[in-house]
Design a protein around this ligand. Structure first.
Ligand SMILES: Nc1ncnc2c1ncn2[C@@H]1O[C@H](COP(=O)(O)OP(=O)(O)OP(=O)(O)O)[C@@H](O)[C@H]1O
Ligand SMILES: [Mg+2]
Length: 302
């Protein structure tokens, strides 16, 4: 059974389709990533998948339950990290976990037993009695992550889980999320961090305007959409140099002051750069961000 199956999902706001015929079939024990520019419809899709809002059309099944009819029942085995933290500021860390756990019908004793491991997961050991108001933004985010696991869910839905976290905390959370996957849990996450998607996700759906525009493993997406090497060039004399390179790479794109040269043969481009000492460059393998920018464009959204 797929933990989450969405077919032909459609949702409009103010006459505009923000989710537009969206299909998704999650594989159990895998991590599926939704990538897309601001306003692409990621959060709306997750809210539909949780039965928090109703679709205009389409069929949804969450952990074997049809939505929206059985949404409450289905959500008992789901953990949720919303895009915006929703902790109770009047309570302490432990009290927040207790209150949240109670929604799932867990006893105070069961929750109390789970709290140390949850705080450990979030790097918040020793903070059980801290009032929410005394936590930093990153600590609150980590508590929201811990809270999502209080019911020991089979499926965890995470909307930008590590936004606002410092690099140390992100690594801690990635490690924790990988452990959940190893335990057989299914993850559905959105992120704007391409390295996060590349590390965690088995499959990625790139979405734009509420539609899936590319789907595959990180490697498949990179191999299928992008030349293997990128030379980023910037500095004095870029405009003059640009003319020399056009025949040497398959595709060149300028974003701001940087020229991205996509190529199979980076040595030729680098050799050409030797003759332009005013320019600086960075040669690197193509990554998911290159795919994302190629297929969703470089223009700002919202
Ligand atoms: N309740 C609402 N009423 C009206 N419009 C909405 C509502 N919720 C979302 N939208 C619109 O739907 C579109 C998709 O929004 P959504 O929050 O799903 O995007 P997103 O992909 O999660 O973006 P971000 O990366 O910025 O979080 C946006 O244009 C947004 O303005
Ligand atoms: Mg969002």
């Amino acid at each position: 059974m797929s933990p989450l199956s969405l077919r032909g999902l459609t949702k409009s706001y103010g006459g505009q389709r923000v989710v537009d015929g969206f299909d998704l079939e999650l594989e159990p024990g895998r991590c599926h990533g939704l990538l897309g520019p601001n306003g692409a419809g990621k959060t709306t899709t997750l809210r539909l998948a949780l039965g928090l809002i109703e679709a205009d059309a389409g069929t949804l099944e969450l952990l074997g339950h049809a939505l929206p009819a059985e949404a409450k029942l289905a959500r008992r085995r789901v953990g949720v990290v919303p895009q915006v933290d929703s902790l109770d500021p009047d309570f302490t860390v432990a009290e927040n976990l207790q209150t949240y756990g109670r929604y799932f019908g867990l006893s105070a004793k069961t929750i109390a037993e789970r709290i140390p491991a949850l705080l450990d997961f979030a790097g918040l050991a020793g903070k059980a009695d801290a009032p929410i108001l005394t936590l930093s933004g990153g600590m609150k985010r980590r508590l929201t992550l811990a809270r999502a696991l209080v019911n020991d869910p089979d499926l965890v839905i995470l909307d930008e889980p590590t936004t606002g976290l410092d690099p140390q905390a992100r690594h801690l959370i990635w490690q924790g999320l990988r452990r959940l996957i190893a335990q057989g849990k299914t993850l559905l996450l959105t992120t704007h961090f391409m390295d996060e998607a590349e590390r965690l996700c088995d499959v990625i759906s790139v979405i734009d305007h509420g539609r899936v525009i590319a789907r595959g493993s990180p490697r498949e997406l990179i191999a299928g959409h992008i030349e293997p090497h990128v030379v980023e060039v910037f500095g004095e004399g870029l405009d003059e140099w640009k003319a020399c390179v056009s025949g040497l790479c398959r595709r060149c794109e300028q974003a701001g002051e940087t020229l991205f040269c996509y190529t199979d043969d980076p040595e030729k481009v680098v050799a050409e750069l030797e003759a332009a000492p005013g320019l600086r460059y960075l040669h690197r393998p193509a990554n998911l961000e290159d795919v994302f920018l190629k297929i969703t464009g470089r223009d700002l959204r919202d």
